[in-house]
Design a protein around this ligand. Structure first.
Ligand code: FPP
Length: 244
């Protein structure tokens, strides 16, 4: 049972939570298991946390599932993670219709298999029918890469005579990002004891609150999320202004 409810004090409930799902490999190593066993349990944690976020009234959950750098891992590990995405997307397609959930994949999909891309397309199509809780899964995502792509897209519009450099604002630039239409995350959580942001949402996190914990992602649970939200609620967010 949550210490929060969807209807109480919703002004202090983060509308958008983002999570770097870190620590799967160490979790597996501690148990003498292959790394992919850690990812499999991590993927269950992700499902559990997504359901919980939906139930407590969070509107958007964004997770860092595979970075542009993660291709450096062994073929076996990469294939294992891609298989987990495949399984999740197939399940999500069933559940989205029942629960009116939206799903978006953020990242460069050109390196993703055609089968996965097809599943992703299907989730986009279903998402257009709903406006409820939205899950964003970052796959082959790199924050700097996202910004460079956006800059290129804008430059191309300028060259085509469809835009002018002086028209560019922070607001209009954000429409060129993968996250177009998604509000910035108020709370970003990184488990596993690492105190880095690792190229995760550099543009969108300009005013985000961070929460770090030593708990490894496969061990992360609803109580840990409650702690992160409680810490967020206790913070004084001034966005560069002064306290009234
Ligand atoms: C980082 O931990 C985790 C990843 C690179 C993979 C994340 C993937 C999942 C949680 C499973 C599938 C996800 C979905 C959305 C179905 P790490 O491997 O770097 O851990 P370590 O730092 O302990 O080695």
């Amino acid at each position: 049972m949550s210490i929060f409810s969807a209807n109480t004090d919703s002004a202090r409930m983060p509308q958008h939570i983002a999570i770097i799902m870190d620590g799967n490999g160490r979790w597996a190593k501690k148990r003498g298991l292959p790394r992919n066993a850690g990812h499999a349990v991590g993927s269950e944690t992700f499902r559990k946390i997504a359901t919980y976020c939906k139930n407590i009234g969070v509107q958007y959950l964004t997770v860092y599932a595979f970075s542009t750098e993660n291709w450096k891992r062994s073929k076996e590990e990469v294939e294992g993670i891609m298989k987990l995405f495949d399984q999740y997307l197939r399940e999500a397609i069933e559940e989205m219709e029942a629960d009116h959930i939206r799903l978006k994949v953020l990242g460069d999909l050109s390196r993703i298999s055609p089968e996965l891309r097809q599943l992703i397309e299907k989730t986009y199509e279903i998402s257009t029918h709903y406006d409820g809780f939205q899950v964003n899964v970052c796959i082959n995502y790199g924050g700097r890469d996202e910004i460079v792509r956006a800059a290129r897209a804008f430059a191309e519009k300028c060259l085509a005579g469809e835009a002018k450099p002086e028209e560019l604002t922070e607001e209009s630039f954000s429409h060129y990002l993968y996250s177009d239409g998604i509000p910035d995350p108020e709370l970003i959580i990184r488990p596993s004891g690492e105190l880095r942001t690792s190229n995760f949402l550099p543009w969108q996190s300009a005013y985000s609150e961070y929460y770090f914990t030593d708990v490894l992602w496969p061990d992360f649970d609803e109580a840990e999320l409650d702690k992160a939200i409680a810490a967020f609620r206790a913070r004084d967010r001034r966005f560069g202004g002064v306290k009234k």
